[in-house]
Design a protein around this ligand. Structure first.
Ligand SMILES: [Zn+2]
Length: 418
């Protein structure tokens, strides 16, 4: 199938787009029209945008939405989340992820980075929806090197599960949970496996100040220094959160070419003590993306809503309204500043992952589109979401949502979450 988008605009100028049968962009430009056999997408009155990239989430945690809110991070995790997660099966994860995917499609996300149990079920849910995903099973040995052998088996099983369900949209990763749940021995092994296999690493790091203090007490170095020492930092590494960094750690991240994914809403909701420092990361030219984190701690997967909070938190913290612009914020949301995440500007030969947004709504009719998207809108403004040349939503309608909602409710009930 090939698509042709006609009548749309970009930066106020007319633009047309044609997709190739392999899911890439075949033609893009002001004079591009439909060819014989193209399915026509009428972009009249709409702006053409790259899709959004959710750089850190636990998609199936939609099942935990509205459950055990308003608690501190460790109490929330240890007393409420982990005990239920111990009972999750593949169908729970599948339908929780389908619910997440429906919300992501609705709000313009075309690709997500996921860390969760039953990665094969996550992959099936993403593939059945048509979204791109980089997926990893959480790797945990409770900081005890004697569990390292089991962790290696878990990692290999996780990668094998993903291998079975790959269809070009799904990519595997290694996902050590955090330095406080994974031993130094296992982290060193994960670093070398990532290099050997060429797969990315996703890890939570320096989300709270307590994590930094504990790391200093246990290892005599800060978390990012520890990761560097263990060979975990590389251009394939995604560091989720990175709220509590010092300059030396930023230098290490920049030198390694690792990516930071900030999760401002989850950080604020769990009250981690301050925002990630975007201007400092920019000074070091560190690639930065945006994540929602799981719906248990956000509670939404709407990147445009989070983009506003990202920008406002930066301005507020710096006491400087110029600390970040709407344009830069949008670049963070589309993954344009973090090549590893796999998003960015639309280009011929690149993935046909794009959105259409009506420019005549009350929120967007006047003023700059970038500012409108970041400060005035939520993701519900998105009209059309296309991934790999396949329309996943048109006219604001995602097919099959009622079934997904019904099944996710059933699974949440089974787990005692409703
Ligand atoms: Zn997370």
């Amino acid at each position: 199938m090939t698509l042709a988008v006609v009548g749309a605009s970009r930066d106020g100028q007319p633009i047309g787009l044609r997709t190739a049968a392999d899911g890439t962009i075949a033609e893009l430009g002001p004079g591009v029209g439909a060819a014989a056999g193209d399915e026509l997408v009428d972009g009249s009155g709409m702006a053409l945008l790259p899709g959004f990239v959710n750089g850190h989430t636990h998609a199936a945690m939609t099942l935990f939405r509205g459950y055990a809110d308003d608690l501190p991070l460790m109490e929330w995790l240890e007393q409420h989340i982990w005990p239920v997660e111990a009972r999750l099966d593949a169908d729970d994860v599948y339908w929780g992820t389908r619910l997440a995917c429906a919300e992501m499609v609705r709000t313009g996300t075309v690709r997500f980075w996921d860390m969760y149990w039953q990665p094969g079920a996550t992959a099936r849910a993403a593939a059945d929806t048509g979204l791109r995903a980089t997926i990893g099973a959480p790797l945990i040995d409770h900081g005890d090197a004697s569990g390292s052998e089991q962790l290696r088996r878990d990692a290999e099983n996780g990668l094998a599960e993903l291998d079975d369900s790959r269809d070009g949209l799904i990519a595997p990763s290694l996902a050590p949970h955090a330095i406080y749940t994974v031993s130094a021995e296992s982290l060193r092994w994960i670093g070398s496996e990532s290099e050997r296999l060429g797969v990315p690493i996703q890890i939570h790091v320096s989300e709270t100040e307590g994590e930094v203090q504990d790391c200093l007490a246990a290892h005599g170095v800060r978390p990012v220094e520890l990761l560097d020492r263990l060979g975990v930092l590389s251009p394939r590494t995604v560091l989720a959160h990175a709220v509590w960094l010092d300059e030396r750690e930023r230098e290490l991240i920049a030198a390694a070419g690792a990516t930071i994914v900030t999760n401002p809403v989850a950080n604020m909701k769990l009250a981690v003590g301050g925002p990630f420092d975007l201007p400092a990361a920019r000074r070091h030219a560190i690639p930065v993306g945006l994540g929602t984190d799981g719906a248990g701690s956000n509670n939404s997967l709407d990147l445009l809503a989070d983009a506003k909070l990202l920008a406002l938190a930066q301005k507020h913290e710096a006491a400087d309204a110029a600390a970040v612009s709407a344009g830069e914020t949008l670049d963070v949301v589309t993954g344009a500043l973090a090549p590893l995440l796999g998003g960015g500007e639309l280009r011929v030969g690149g993935p046909a992952d794009f959105l259409l947004v009506p420019t005549g709504t009350p929120e967007l009719a006047l003023g700059s589109l970038d500012a409108g998207l970041v400060y005035s809108c939520s993701g519900s403004v998105v009209d059309t979401t296309v991934v790999a040349g396949r329309p996943l939503m048109r006219g604001g309608v995602v097919e099959g949502v009622d079934e997904v909602v019904g099944m996710a409710r059933e699974r949440a009930e089974r787990l005692g979450l409703r």
